[in-house]
Write a new protein. Structure first.
Length: 524
């Protein structure tokens, strides 16, 4: 068999079905009693639909013991793949496809179509149709064709041989008759949803997380940017005035000429002379008025900065970090913050979704021992165990101390800056050491493009019901209004297995802002 594909177990998840498709393409599997493929078919043509019907009927007319030797008794028809090539198949709505096939097979057979996108060497993605036929069971009737086609007559009994589907021979019809007549103490069980629907859709996408991280980075860098802005404003210019000194008066907006070159810098005596002339009511020209106003503004600013700088030297101590060192510290913090934010969003999502509970119902007069349920949910779905506690500490890293001078106490000591760290979570000794008894078995979860959950076995008395362990399903956007899961059940005192489907409805979408309870800022 192909590496990564185990023919002993039924392929359910997309990755497992892709492994089967790759095994066919790479030529490491052959058509057999459980596997057939077609390079391509026209799913709208009656002739090609009868191809599918022939395979479905033949897989359903196998003997249970022989079928159970491979992939847990299932049969697989792949359309769109052949040895060495993935040609693909044109998509057709599964409901229309089922109606076209059931015109030949009837509606009593249990089979499920699914499309998978396959990456091809030419860079294209092509869809392959995978049809999964449920295992045959003791007591099943002989399945016959319900309509004539180019490949079989009406009423024909088709069986699966090693590598092909063909009309049954007399000995094969006899064996199918024995299958139908054989008494089987079969498992009869109902599975329903007890609680947990509709399931909220988690609308957290990568862009939301990146935007939240960027807002946090801007917030942490704000102190440095303010310090740099103050530094630029306090830095003296090299002699004279620049155009900005002559563009802030009323004349700049009145069409009066402006100056692009630096006029002479006033000395103090020149300033006194101009100020005296202005005080005496003498009319000054434009250049004189601008020089006088600029001299006064610069003198006022210089005196203000001098007093502010003196107060800063007396009451504060400079930051020991350079701007480059602070930016490096912020980068390290933001990297840790982004990782923590992802974990925080996941934990909050788990706590915002009501756990799903399945209920087993025994409609018979018999005890059912060690009933095991396996649930498969397709799509972008992740299953997790419900949280043990309603609260949790996400463990966000401490924010860097804001950049800039720090307050100095009257005694000469620096005041500590306020910390933005969250208080550590208090954990009891019992939580550390765990319970003294052996913990009960928990569901086994396998995630990866879909989810498969194996629930621990339970005993079920006649005409009773029991709820299985709760499971949290995280359905990510975009999501359909309903997700159809499949389940199968076995028990130790009944033959075979039984299977069915569950329709799980989805509800409203929860955004990242709603999870964090802060629409414009991250949690801190």
């Amino acid at each position: 068999m192909a590496p990564g594909f185990d023919h002993r177990h039924r392929p359910v998840r997309p990755a497992e079905l892709l492994a089967l498709i790759h095994a066919v393409r790479d030529g490491v599997v052959e058509e057999s009693t459980w596997l057939e493929w077609k390079s391509t078919l026209d799913l709208t043509a009656k002739r090609d639909l009868s191809h599918i019907a022939r395979a479905v009927l033949a897989f359903a007319n196998r003997m249970p013991d022989d079928a159970d030797l491979f992939v847990e008794g299932h049969g697989y028809l792949l359309v769109g793949v052949d040895k060495g090539v993935v040609q693909g198949v044109a998509w057709r709505d599964p409901i229309d496809l089922s109606r076209g096939v059931e015109a030949y097979t009837g509606d009593c057979l249990r089979w499920f179509p699914a499309y998978l996108k396959v990456d091809c060497p030419d860079g294209e993605q092509r869809e392959v149709l995978v049809i999964d036929v449920e295992p045959p069971r003791w007591g099943d009737p002989i399945h016959v064709a319900r309509k004539e086609s180019e490949h079989f007559k009406d009423g024909a009994v088709l069986v699966r041989n090693m590598g092909n589907s063909a009309p049954a021979k007399s000995r094969q019809v006899d064996a199918l008759s024995q299958r139908m007549l054989r008494s089987r103490d079969s498992l009869c069980l109902d599975v329903e949803v007890a609680s947990g629907i509709p399931i909220p859709v988690i609308g957290v996408v990568r862009e939301d997380l990146e935007a939240t991280v960027e807002r946090e980075k801007r917030s942490v860098l704000e102190s440095l940017l303010e310090w740099e802005a103050r530094n630029r404003a306090a830095r003296p210019r090299d002699g004279g005035f620049d155009a900005a000194d002559f563009a802030d008066g009323p004349e700049a907006d009145s069409g009066v000429r402006t100056y692009t070159s630096n006029p002479p810098v006033l000395s103090f005596s020149e300033y006194q002379e101009l100020a005296k002339r202005r005080a005496e009511g003498e009319e000054l020209d434009d250049t004189e008025r601008h020089m006088l106003r600029a001299f006064e503004a610069r003198t006022q600013a210089t005196l203000g900065m001098a007093f502010a700088g003196l107060a800063s030297l007396v009451n504060t101590v400079p930051d020991g970090r350079s701007p480059e060192q602070y930016r490096a510290e912020v980068d390290r913090y933001i990297a840790a913050y982004g990782q923590t934010l992802g974990r925080d969003a996941h934990e909050r999502a788990v706590r915002s979704v009501a756990p799903l509970r399945l209920r087993l119902c025994n409609p018979t007069d018999t005890n059912l021992a060690q009933v095991e349920i396996q649930l498969y949910v397709p799509g972008d779905v992740t299953a997790v165990q419900p949280p043990a506690s309603a609260t949790f500490d996400p463990g966000y890293p401490d924010r860097p101390t804001p950049y800039g001078p720090r307050p100095r106490s009257p005694l000469g000591f620096e005041f500590p800056m306020p910390s933005f760290a969250l208080a550590p979570r208090v954990t009891s000794a019992q939580n550390i050491l765990g319970p003294s008894h052996r913990p009960a078995r928990r569901p086994v979860i396998r995630n990866g493009g879909s989810t498969t959950i194996d629930f621990p076995p339970v005993d079920l008395r006649p005409h009773s019901q029991i709820d299985l362990d709760p499971i949290v399903l995280l359905v990510r956007t975009p999501a359909p209004s309903t997700v159809v899961g499949t389940w199968q059940a076995t028990c130790t005192n009944k033959d075979g297995r039984t299977a069915g489907t569950l329709t799980l409805t989805t509800g409203t979408t929860i955004t990242l802002a709603e999870l964090l309870d802060e629409p414009d800022a991250p949690v801190h």
